[in-house]
Design a protein around this ligand. Structure first.
Ligand code: PLP
Length: 359
């Protein structure tokens, strides 16, 4: 059945539900009003549960990169180690230098995970006070072993662990406090299935203490300002209120489904895509054991014309998948299973992919 719009199965932004869009049309409220405080204060407990933290969860009117850059500005006094294994994590090193911080790299080949022993070896060289890590490197479909990395970080108590979970957040359990994560951040347009424009993050107590001692935090992403305002259920500047309405609606969805059910659904849908990949004779870009649960990065070992395939898919079925990120364009393609998808809707996509694979 033709839809009225093109449906996105790219790894962000993803399809947004009618319910979410409707939520965004609630009447506007003042951001210093009791109505806003009730809105933000009201969702805070659910946000904390989702983050696995007792710390406040902050809302930033920016995409995730705002908070990624902010984390560097707020927490790096000596030198940051940027763990790099794909387009998003590589860029973080560039950002560190642009904000004028001392930075070093742990570079692994695209398609490979960042491993705890590699981080340990690098940090043992000394001089670092922060590490950036992308849990789920969206460009390569690689999921690095976060619990094992968090464990190794305990040997370096002065080094802050900054974790980007933009494409894995809420698709699996990532308990911030239990893992000892210092900054956990995500964005609205990927696994949360909201429109882009909102970043969510939480900061450990010790990281907040560190921030207070760091010069040049700026204003817009100053963690201390976020904390001060959050105490009164407010944000430092006027936030994107429609997206916060959307977030409230999405949190209702998430908690009525139940976290465990939500995690299980993502895992199941991911495994359905994996079965399809194997059945078509394609290979995975990421090694076994390190594959993302929220998207699949498929190696184009069959040498199909990916761009032409995606064009046929869009024209005939109004679905879009991704044709490979940056230097992986055409060599890989990516299928998202984030958001509100079901076995039925993933089945529809895979049938459409089958239907359009041959010209
Ligand atoms: C998409 C993505 C980002 C960047 O998000 P923006 O919303 O463009 O700022 C960062 N990290 C990861 C892992 C991503 O998937």
């Amino acid at each position: 059945m033709p839809r009225s719009h093109v449906k996105l199965f790219i790894p962000g932004p993803i399809e947004v539900s009618e319910k979410t869009y409707r939520a965004m049309t609630e009447p506007m409220i003042g951001h210093r009003s009791g109505d806003f405080k009730a809105l933000y204060g009201g969702i805070q407990p659910k946000l904390q549960e989702l983050f696995g933290t007792k710390r406040p969860v902050f809302l930033s009117t920016s995409s995730a990169w705002g908070v990624m850059e902010g984390s560097i500005r707020n927490l790096v006094g000596k030198k940051v180690l940027n763990c790099m294994c794909g387009a998003f994590s590589d860029k973080w090193f560039d950002v560190s230098k642009r904000v004028g911080k001392a930075a070093d790299t742990l570079q692994v080949e695209w398609g490979k995970p960042v491993l705890p022993e590699q981080i340990e070896a690098k940090l043992s060289e000394g001089g670092f006070d922060a590490v950036t890590l992308i849990h789920n490197e969206t460009s390569t479909g690689v999921r690095s072993p976060l619990p094992e990395i968090a464990e190794v970080m305990k040997k370096f108590p002065d080094v802050m662990l900054i974790v980007d979970t933009v494409s894995s957040f809420s698709t699996e359990s990532i308990p911030m406090d239990e893992l000892g994560i210092d900054v956990l951040l995500t964005g609205s347009q990927k696994a949360l299935a909201l429109p882009p424009g909102l970043a969510l993050f939480s900061v450990s107590e010790r990281a907040m203490e560190r921030a207070k001692t760091i010069e040049g935090r700026g204003y817009y992403f100053d963690f201390v300002e976020f904390a001060k305002n959050q105490e009164q259920d407010m944000t430092p500047s006027t936030p994107v209120i429609p997206l916060i309405y959307a977030l409230r609606s999405k949190l209702e969805d998430i908690f009525s489904e139940g976290l465990e059910n939500r995690f299980a659904r993502h895992k199941k849908l991911n495994s359905i895509v994996h079965e399809w990949v194997k059945s078509k004779g394609f290979e995975f870009f990421a090694p076994e054991g390190y594959r993302s649960l929220s998207l699949t990065c498929v190696a184009n070992n069959r040498d199909v014309d990916v761009a032409a395939w995606i064009k046929r898919l869009r024209e005939k079925h109004q679905f879009v998948i991704d044709g490979g990120y940056g230097k992986l364009k055409g060599k890989t393609f990516r299928i998202s299973n984030m958001g509100d998808e079901t076995e039925e809707t993933i089945g529809e996509l895979l049938a459409a992919l089958d239907d359009t694979l041959e010209a």
